[in-house]
Design a binder for this molecule. Structure first.
Ligand code: DQA
Length: 138
């Protein structure tokens, strides 16, 4: 199974960014964990701080043999109709992941446009959320 793991803005700084909220693991650590825990899947990792690049990535994946997407849209979850539409238009099965529990934080984080068109959402289970999402896709 081919799974794309997409991460949105500021997640390039995971491990250094607000570790009391997001923990100390980096995106590279998460990639290594996924590859070692689930060797039967082929993972592609992509991170961008730019909304349009993430929209373009969904278009590209829609035309590929990718079978599922793990997506942490980060702050764009709460603002981006463009990414919501990109997910819908792609026809791909998407599991949204948030490292922190967005419902126990500021009010503006409680709504996610992208969650509305995702198959499921994992929020608040730390970086294990990526692993759980991959297992759900499998
Ligand atoms: C996040 C939660 C978002 O509200 C925030 O903007 C992020 C990270 C998370 O993984 O907990 O950048 O998606």
């Amino acid at each position: 199974m081919k799974i794309a793991v997409l991460n949105g803005p500021n997640l390039n700084r995971l491990g250094k960014r607000e570790p009391e909220i997001y923990g100390s693991k980096t995106l590279d650590d998460i990639a290594a964990e996924l590859r070692s825990a689930i060797p039967e899947a082929e993972f592609e990792f992509y991170q961008s701080n730019h909304e349009g690049d993430l929209v373009d990535k969904f278009s590209e994946l829609a035309e590929s043999d990718c079978q599922g997407v793990i997506f942490n849209p980060a702050a764009y979850s709460h603002t981006s109709v463009a990414l919501r539409d990109a997910i819908s238009a792609s026809g791909l099965t998407v599991i949204e992941v948030h490292i922190s529990n967005i419902h126990s934080r500021e009010q503006f984080r409680h709504h996610s446009f992208t969650a509305e068109v995702s198959k499921g959402v994992i929020t608040g289970l730390g970086t294990d959320g990526y692993l759980l999402a991959a297992r759900a896709l499998l």
